[in-house]
Design a protein around this ligand. Structure first.
Ligand SMILES: [Fe+2]
Length: 334
């Protein structure tokens, strides 16, 4: 029984005060409960999707993988133990902190802390976005996706596939080696890229409206050095996005228009067109790496690589003249 989705993330921070303005005014999350050491951040009806912990660190402190129920949580614990991975039951106080009914804790081969939980608490009050914003696409798809950087792919793929039951979505080798894994219809909930250096690359959050991304871009452009990757569109999940640098040494990808896959029938392929259809100048890469990535994107354009836009209800209207039947219903007056 594999996880249903990426349910929450624990974010390490040096100083809690670095986060509230960025999370609310730039991303659009809602600041939830705050203690002297923690700050809860909401993206939806859940009490927290991100919890920032002032522990002097950076990056992701724990991945909260959501299980269907207590039985599914115990089943994943049994699988981990059978694979020789130590599993501990989360104490009641930790479950309360995480705002879940119950959790178990284990570590992946890189030593990353994984928390498998069930029964997330919802908040009694409605979600209120931190800036004028239409909300996030979460629900059964979870927070979004996390991409980490690794020295080499090693046995991480085997652990996530064979022990945890994640499925490979696709992979490529240029401009860096990358593997994308899914647990639900979101193209990937977890991915790792072999850049030669261990670290946390980014967390993708999917905004409900395309304009949430564009307006977030305007906000980000006001602050020198905030943008980590420029506007562009991904080949695999069709997400249009840009990335900003968080206060905790990873980026948040402001995305829109993620494609759904059918996890039952999806077949992983070698994605030869690389990461992006266009754009996505990666300011974190070396000049040489950026030149190579740009070459791949320009080749995509030369080869006519185009992907359908993944519009969702409430995000589109056809232009008059596109469909006579629709025009007859709407009177063209739009
Ligand atoms: Fe991403």
């Amino acid at each position: 029984m594999r996880p249903q989705s990426l349910g929450y993330l624990i974010v390490n921070a040096k100083n809690l005060d670095d986060w509230p303005r960025y999370a609310t005014e730039q991303i659009g999350m809602q600041a939830g409960e705050r203690t002297s050491k923690t700050l809860a951040l909401r993206m939806d009806d859940r009490k927290q999707r991100l919890c920032v912990e002032a522990n002097g660190g950076e990056g992701i402190g724990a991945f909260g993988w959501e299980m269907a129920d207590a039985d599914a949580m115990r089943a994943v614990a049994t699988r981990l133990e059978a694979a020789g991975v130590a599993v501990t039951h989360g104490p009641r106080a930790l479950a309360d902190e995480r705002r879940v009914k119950e959790l178990v804790i284990a570590h992946d081969p890189l030593g990353q802390r994984l928390e498998f939980f069930h029964g997330a608490e919802t908040a009694p009050d409605d979600f209120r976005t931190g800036r004028e914003h239409s909300g996030f696409r979460t629900g059964p798809l979870g927070v979004g996706h996390v991409v980490i950087t690794v020295e080499s792919a090693g046995d991480l793929l085997a652990f996530y596939k064979d022990v945890l039951g994640f499925s490979l979505s696709d992979y490529y080798y240029e401009p860096f080696e990358a593997y994308f894994l899914h647990v639900n219809p979101r193209h990937h909930s977890f991915a790792f890229i072999a850049t030669g250096k261990r670290g946390y690359h980014h967390v993708m959050m999917e905004h409900w409206s395309f304009d949430d991304v564009g307006q977030g871009l305007d906000l980000a452009l006001r602050e020198e050095g905030l943008i980590g990757v420029t506007l562009g569109r991904h080949c695999a999940d069709y997400v249009t996005s840009f990335y900003t640098n968080t206060p905790s040494a990873f980026m948040i990808e402001h995305g829109w228009g993620g494609a759904n896959i059918d996890p039952e029938t999806w077949v992983a392929t070698h994605r030869k067109e690389g990461p992006s259809l266009w754009g996505h100048e990666r300011l974190w890469m070396s000049a040489e790496g950026r030149a190579n990535a740009r070459k791949i994107a320009v080749n995509n354009a030369s080869n006519g690589v185009r992907k359908p836009v993944q519009v969702i209800e409430g995000n589109y209207r056809l232009n008059p003249g596109v469909c006579p039947w629709w025009d007859s219903l709407t009177g063209k007056a739009r």
